[in-house]
Design a protein around this ligand. Structure first.
Ligand SMILES: C[S@@+](CC[C@H](N)C(=O)[O-])C[C@H]1O[C@@H](n2cnc3c(N)ncnc32)[C@H](O)[C@@H]1O
Length: 235
């Protein structure tokens, strides 16, 4: 088995353990105020960044998410105006893709490794990765995934990256800092926003004061994630 295959097997085992651990928990439920806060703040940051880059209008855009899981992020894209038939997702885990089909009936979902995307070159306006790269420990797998994301991006298209740079609690994941994001996408302009108030802090503050949580997140010092817009530099 190559180190890359080894890492993918580890990932499959880790995700099934994680699903068992989280069964019945409201950690990732919209009824949990801290989770709702994190998602809404991320959406605001993403829409602001897309507007700044002149691509806020999602209707008519073809969108792919690498490591789409159950399709939550793609469902947000539909809510913001993308057409379901323009949404595609790939993931290693078949069970999650069944849920994605249920969440977005018109979308197209494929069980595939992000290192070999089953898509022709230049086929998407937006290519997303939301917390998939931090679950990959093998450096070569990450490089291969990033190269594939660039391959399937249309000229003038944009990659949206959302992932944490710090997560000391979980040794099955690895935070990714700005230097590494830039190195994964050579020849690209990378616009970074530090976002997401550290979840353990948000879980304490948000139920007491949503406004205080907004204030703390705006300070950025306690934020654990980067949202990045990544675009090939033409010529
Ligand atoms: C933390 S989950 C995030 C799911 C989704 N992006 C979201 O934010 O709801 C990370 C997902 O990435 C997927 N993933 C990790 N490495 C992958 C790879 N090489 N190819 C395809 N999917 C991968 C995992 O199977 C998992 O479903």
């Amino acid at each position: 088995m190559t180190p890359e295959q080894d890492d993918l097997s580890r990932l499959r085992i880790e995700y099934s353990r994680r699903e068992q651990r989280l069964a019945g928990s409201d950690l990732y439920s919209f009824s949990n105020p801290a989770y709702l806060f994190a998602v809404q703040q991320r959406q605001r940051a993403m829409l602001k960044a897309l507007r700044a880059w002149g691509c806020a209008e999602l209707e008519g855009r073809r969108i792919l998410e690498v490591g789409c899981g159950s399709g939550r992020v793609l469902a947000e894209m539909a809510y913001f105006g993308a057409l379901p038939q323009h949404l595609a997702g790939v993931d290693l885990l078949h069970r999650r893709l069944v849920e994605a089909h249920r969440n977005i009936p018109g979308g197209s979902f494929t069980a595939a490794d992000g290192q070999n995307l089953p898509c022709p070159p230049h086929s998407f306006d937006l290519v997303l990765q939301f917390t998939a790269f931090s679950s990959v420990l093998d450096e070569q797998v990450k490089r291969n995934m990033a190269a594939e994301m660039l391959r399937v991006l249309k000229p003038g298209g944009v990659i949206i990256w959302y992932d944490f740079w710090l997560n000391p609690a979980n040794r099955q994941t690895r935070g990714i800092r700005p230097g590494e994001i830039r190195a994964l996408f050579p020849g690209c302009a990378v616009d970074l926003h530090k976002t997401t108030l550290a979840p353990p802090i948000a879980r304490r503050i948000v139920p007491v004061s949503w406004g205080l949580a907004v204030f703390l997140e705006a300070l950025q010092v306690l934020n654990t994630h980067y949202l990045a817009l990544i675009r090939k530099v033409e010529g």
